[in-house]
Ligand binder design. Structure first.
Ligand code: PLP
Length: 373
């Protein structure tokens, strides 16, 4: 990207790759001797899967998870051959050949996917797959009776499915006291004992913080790598890795009683100054932040007032030095002090949604990009 583009950008999203790597290392150390994979589905939660994954690979991450075959195919070329890529949604009918030719590991979630893969596996000399067992979430994965039936039939004949891992997913890991956590762990431990020698993985970001009993052979963090707090309600151990700042397009003086924005949904209760910035719900600055969000300008909190429009939002900058609050200046929307979780609280959602909604129109700047390996 040219400097010109950065100069005229209306919104700039800064992504700290070194910070993502630092977050991965912190988790990897915490779970030793278990290994730490990296979840980069949904384009690394919106931050750019090829660049994020290359940075993680350079730091030593060797196993990556995406959601779909298309994501896996797009990622394959960005990663060294020593890296494995697993696809959580598994193979759609007719897609097994593409998994094989792109060296992608399907996660098999239901009996039909297993049957599909058994055929491909036989034809191609046993490429690996992961098996997902549902231990209490009712989302993806074999039911416990389906798993028992499969385990009874193991080991398969040579040329049938070679299991790279057995995985399951926790429903309530962000609530450490929830009884489902231990129930899922017990079910998973017993499932694992039926597939001897197959690496096991239960924990995602929050599950890592439930303790070593949840770590098994490898863990699968996504959100925590990107700065979302894996332990809501406790101090966040992860580094903030996104910064978002947005340009002020126009500043105006308003009087007490003046209506502001669509629906005249805000009426000024004091005379003041408003700044209109180039970000809206089409950029993932959610409409539920209307009347509730805030930005920072010269270190001062500036409240978002009125409704968020598609491409615009309005901030009350009355408290800020007019020399700063001027067209061409910029308001910070995400930074170290007001991060994904703070924005999520204001929007009535979770940090995951703020992150994955971050807009495609932003000019993206990657800090500390490592060399490709
Ligand atoms: C998304 C996902 C993860 C990563 O979850 P985070 O909470 O973002 O760490 C891990 N495993 C599975 C099966 C997932 O769907």
């Amino acid at each position: 990207m040219s400097g010109d583009r950065a100069e005229r950008a209306e919104a700039v999203l800064e992504i700290d790759l070194a910070g993502i790597v630092a977050n991965w290392r912190l988790l990897a150390r915490r779970v030793e001797p278990a290994r730490c994979a990296g979840v980069v589905k949904a384009d690394a939660y919106g931050l750019g899967a090829p660049r994020v994954s290359a940075a993680l690979a350079a730091a030593g991450c060797r196993l990556f998870f995406v959601a779909t075959l298309d994501e896996g195919m797009a990622l394959r070329g960005a990663l060294p051959a020593c890296c494995e890529i697993a696809v959580l949604n598994g193979p759609a009918p007719g897609s097994a050949e593409e998994f094989v030719s792109h060296r992608l590991i399907p996660v098999l979630n239901e009996p039909g996917q297993i049957a599909t893969w058994a055929v491909a596996s036989h034809r191609h000399g046993g490429p690996a797959a992961m098996l997902h067992v549902d231990t209490g979430m009712a989302r993806l994965g074999l039911t416990l009776p389906e798993f028992e039936a499969l385990a009874d039939a193991e080991p398969y004949e040579p040329g049938e499915i070679r299991w790279r891992a057995l995985i399951s997913h926790l429903a309530c890991a962000d609530h450490p006291g929830h009884p489902l956590n231990n129930l899922q762990r017990e079910r998973f431990t017993s499932a694992r004992s039926r597939l001897r020698g197959v690496p096991a993985s239960l924990a995602a970001s929050s599950g890592i913080f439930l303790g070593p009993a949840f770590h098994y052979d490898f863990v699968r963090p996504g959100a925590a790598l990107y700065g979302v707090n894996p332990q809501p309600g406790s101090p966040n151990p992860m580094r903030q890795i996104v910064r978002l700042k947005v340009r002020i397009l126009q500043v105006r003086e308003v009087d007490r009683g003046d209506p502001v924005g669509y629906g005249a949904a805000h009426v000024m209760d004091h005379p003041g100054r408003l700044a209109t910035v180039a970000i809206g719900y089409a950029d993932g600055w959610l409409r539920s932040l209307s009347h509730r969000g805030s930005g920072r300008l010269g270190g001062t909190r500036v409240p978002l007032i009125g409704r968020v429009s598609m491409d615009l939002a309005i901030f009350d900058v009355s408290a800020v030095d007019p020399a700063l609050a001027r067209p061409g200046g910029s308001i910070e929307l995400l930074d170290d002090d007001y991060g994904l979780d703070a924005a999520a609280t204001d929007a009535g959602t979770i940090g995951y949604e703020i992150l994955t909604a971050l807009g495609r129109r932003y000019h993206r700047v990657y800090r500390d990009e490592p060399h490709r390996c």
